[in-house]
Write a protein that binds this ligand. Structure first.
Ligand code: FMN
Length: 168
């Protein structure tokens, strides 16, 4: 798929707000992800308020691009009523990946910023976003139309040395 090849981490964006129809497509894609026992533990917090984005950037050494990004999606795990707790993080990971790919197909740039299991990052985000103890903050995705028109491009990472058949 071309979008898999062209997805890149983009850390510089235009200030143009993300179109609401693009955002809906992205959130729809997120919820199409597979999940263990179909438990769909995810919640999505969309942040477009400049002040909040700035606060998030200030506490995050790993997400300074939020000073420029017009939008962030925070993938959150609802820990109540999980059918298989251990798998919830993999579910959230699949949803995060769907967000990146759908955004790429719409010409948007994304950057997956790792939050879980870094306790300090989780606590910082929970505090700013007022997320209570029933939830875990899993990932933060910076989102925006890329400043560089060539930001989405193919890098070939195919490496035969990493493939094994039948025996490892
Ligand atoms: C689990 C995970 C956590 C990541 N965390 C960060 C992060 O905190 N900040 C950041 O700028 N990029 C982060 N990245 C993006 C990686 O740096 C990036 O995917 C990698 O360098 C490969 O580049 P590409 O995405 O353009 O293929 C993360 C990626 C993953 C999958």
């Amino acid at each position: 798929m071309d979008i898999i090849n062209k997805r890149r981490s983009v850390r510089s964006y235009l200030s143009t707000p993300v179109k609401s129809e693009d955002l809906e497509m992205i959130l729809r894609a997120a919820m199409q992800a597979p999940s263990a026992k179909n438990q769909q533990p995810w919640r999505f917090l969309v942040v477009q308020n400049t002040e909040t984005l700035k606060k998030l950037a200030e506490v995050s050494t790993n997400a300074k691009m939020l000073l420029e990004a017009p939008c962030a999606i925070i993938v959150i795990i609802d820990k109540t009523n999980l059918k298989t707790e251990m798998m919830a993080f993999q579910d959230a990971s699949a949803a995060t990946m769907n967000i990146l790919l759908e955004a790429t197909s719409l010409g948007l740039g994304t950057c997956w910023c790792g939050i879980y299991p870094n306790q300090e990052r989780m606590d910082n985000l929970k505090s700013i976003l007022k997320v209570n103890e029933s939830y875990d903050v899993f990932s933060l995705i910076a989102l925006g139309y890329p400043k560089d028109k060539d930001a989405l491009y193919f890098i070939d990472r195919y490496n035969l040395n990493r493939i094994h058949y039948e025996k490892f």
